[in-house]
Design a protein. Sequence first.
Lengths: 535, 264
Amino acid sequence: MTAAAAGPAEAGPAEAGPAEAGPAEAGPAEAGPAEAGPAEAGPTEAGAAKAGPAQAGTAKAGTAGTNADGRRTAAWCVALGAANSTFILVVTGLLEGRLERVFTGGGVGPGAFAVLTLLRVTFLIIALVVSTVVTTNAYGIVAAGQARLIALRRLLGAPAAAERRRLVRQAMRQAVPLSLLAAVVSGLACLPMVNALLARSHAPGASLGDLTATLPAVAVGLLVHLVCVRWAVTRGYAPVLARGPVVALRVADDPGHLAAGGDAGTGEDGRRRASRWVRVCVGIAAGTGALALAAAVVTPYAVLPGLVAAGFAAAALLGSADRVVSGLVRGLTRFARPGGDLDIAGRRIRQNSLRSSRAALAVAAGVCVVTMLAVASATALSTAQGYFASSAGLVSQIDGIVLAGSVMISMTALTSALGVITTISHGLRLRHREIALLRVVGQTPRQTRRMIRAEAGLLSGGGVLLGLALGVAYGWFGAQLLLSKASHRPVLLPVIPVPVLLAAAVAAAALTWLASAWPARQALRRTPIRAYLDA
Amino acid sequence: MHPSPVFPAYRDGDPSPAVALAARRLIRTFGQGEGAVHAVAGLDLELAAGSFTAVIGPSGSGKSTLLHLLAGLDQPTGGSVRLGRTELNTLDEDALTALRRDQMGFVLQDFSLLPALTVAENIDLPFSLGLDPARRDARWRDHLVGALGLGGLLGRRPGQLSGGQQQRVAVVRALAHRPAVVFADEPTGNLDLATGRRLLSLLRGLAAEQRVTVVMVTHDVAAAALADRVIVLSDGMVARDIAIAGTTSAEDLAAIVVAAGGDR
């Protein structure tokens, strides 16, 4: 696995160590995805349990259910990721050369080629990061379902490295054909879509021949995608493989076991290494970012160092996501009643900060891409309208870019939505036992539902805030770099289109809410002790 | 030495009925048809208030299932359970949960602590879940913490404790709010001999001095021999019901249990 191929995610070892990382790499909170055990019983069994009889074999059926769920989710993530990167590469590839017609702007602004390259690289990186985060979660679910089996195999003599190879091979055997299929479907679907876009500006349509011309780029994109998938697989399985077999068995049996106690020892080293990486990334991002901003006054090609800066900033964020999300949640629960629902929810999130941060990151990614595009385009439009005498050309050019951009982020937003749903519902499923325990000790169903809602609310709140902040920053940064010279303004004021951002925030919150409703119902369906023993 | 616990469940009518807990024709069946397992098969039982009862029997005799049913943690397939004057199956889930929280304490078989909370917070969990703050009794809690050797561990998290320590925390949590009935599933299972003895004498004292009704499931005949009464379960039915009163030795008890198991 090469560093470049893995994208920015590679840079943050806390979230993201290379596959070969030693035990030090496995932070304590990473017990997360392994925390499974046979979690879920199918709805029929659950109903029967409440009614009275029919219980035998529930646990077994539960394991199978979780695993099938996880595999299906993983398959969707992989396919969606492949489709997305293909989509972005094909759309930008087909538009290339026809752009003068689409963007009928005059001589202002950077060349169409630069714009297109920028869009292509930016959106591709975003798509890869989002789909990698989401895929990692999905494989975390799969690994959780197999945690016990894997731990037992290791206990009986299968070395961790061999197990890892076996599991990766297994996953990739599914991922490669699936990605190819998704890429073909997505690539073919691009053609009518791009032609519709071209017809809007009376440009000649693209042909099947043009489509084949994009093949090399698509192939490279797919390869990078598959490298990311492979990394996600090793990452997802890491909690089950990183520790000794006995510990792995205990993790499989008792979800919470390592969550707190493992903090000492192994975690520290990884943490320190991680924060060093994050500091390096922040430094590079700040340096190149400042350079880009300075250069933007002279040339719109400042976007190139700007892209580097944005990439490293994203890497730094990914590397410190658990701490950032913890901090956000701490802030959100600052005034919560100690020992109350919100307080406990907040602490549980912080306790499992790595797993929770993934859920929040999925929310943040979706909100961020939408916000970024909205802010960038609104800022660009207002700049164009305000500072150019004949702005019609530029406005139309920006319109074209926004349209193409919207099409391209749609699938990334979809991936992030899938990520939100899977991480939230998965996280809850892993905690069936904990929820059952609370019920045993005296939590009423109403309190349980309130607690789950509080947790979902905190996660989506944190994610939305993070996404909005990032999106506004990135959007302004992009507009500033591209338009500073053209508008002869050293600093562009960011324009924040409130309705769009509000819509994105509400959509993300609603999604989180919905994603937690079903598992909450499932958790409450059985009697407390059944839920506890079967979890 | 300590004030008597409150028994709100008994407040309606007789302040301390002789029977704290009663099971009638209690049935719990798992599975259906051929493969059905009758874990509890039409069992009748009455437990006196302030009694210390040990439930013992071979593996699969339905001990834990019985405990769960008595505690209102599981729904019986048939029959009923009465706590004081309250029929458990007349309550909805919210009311049943509140009753459990207010009246009962549990020590589950494995370490049932929340990893995100400290030891002190785990102990206080029933209070965070809405238990009447008036029931809080810091002195009693500190006494329990001291008696079970957990002093100095209150700020730790469960993951930093040994199995035995975690189990003792669960015991303190079950007793801290002075419940009317305490259920314990293998409470000495992870404890060393001395600590196990300390816990048993604590439970005995609760029953004798504070009229707390204690029900303990165990495999350990030596532990069971310390109870007032031993129920030997076999195939989901009461095989023997022995009033011990400190006269039956562990050896005699073991012989009785083996004999009861041999009935199968």
